[in-house]
Ligand binder design. Sequence first.
Ligand SMILES: C[S@@+](CC[C@H](N)C(=O)[O-])C[C@H]1O[C@@H](n2cnc3c(N)ncnc32)[C@H](O)[C@@H]1O
Length: 244
Amino acid sequence: METIRKETPMNTEPHFFGRRIGRRIRKAKSALLTNFLPKIILNPQAPLSFAYPVKKVCLEIGFGDGTHLAGLALRHPENGYIGAEVFQNGVANLLSLITGIKEGKDIVGDIKHLPQYRDNIRIFNDDIRLLFPLIPEASIDNIYLLFPDPWPKKRHASRRFINPDNLTEMARILKKDGELLIATDHPIYKRWTLEQLRDSNDFYWTARCGNDWRQEPKDWVSTKYQQKALREGRRPVFLKYQRR
Ligand SMILES: C[S@@+](CC[C@H](N)C(=O)[O-])C[C@H]1O[C@@H](n2cnc3c(N)ncnc32)[C@H](O)[C@@H]1O
């Protein structure tokens, strides 16, 4: 699997604290990682190139099992979607969603994708912080950061994805008026995010009233972690920021 890791000097690589691999990836998904991922893996030399010219470029950071990314990409073939995810089981699941290939089916011959999928997803299967420097300034229309790991303990606060360095990178790559959408169901992460963004000069919060941020945004595809939160009685918030 090609990644940018090889080109990055070891001593400058950011440390990643989450899981890179979980349960054994079974045969069909493993075959997708070998045979299909190379077809849609992001090219570090041309990170914004899709199979055809796209209207908007959207980036989802930590797409998990890929439900939201695949759902939006299928719904909006006019846009291009970059998905970054470290967890290889999640990447394999996204590939299964866009090819329609599930466990239990034998894979024979060339892997095809769903007829309605238009080759508008590019996957970066590593830490987004390695990709940031390769994305041109003011080139992204929307960034989605959905249910990031909350790292609720105070001593782990430096692991939270929302921090001044990552906010600076996201502000750099977003177009003027581009959107950063952060969803969370964790009260500590909610407060943390509000504080971090209040202290940033690059973004403003678009909420007009309390309901704005409790409602799912329009054109939404719900995520695995969102559904888990709702099942367990936690109400997510959707914090929408605009690049100044
Ligand atoms: C709590 S899960 C949420 C997954 C998904 N967004 C959802 O709502 O179902 C957070 C995901 O972010 C990924 N992640 C965390 N830090 C990342 C980074 N720096 N680059 C890429 N992915 C990251 C993790 O591997 C994990 O799959």
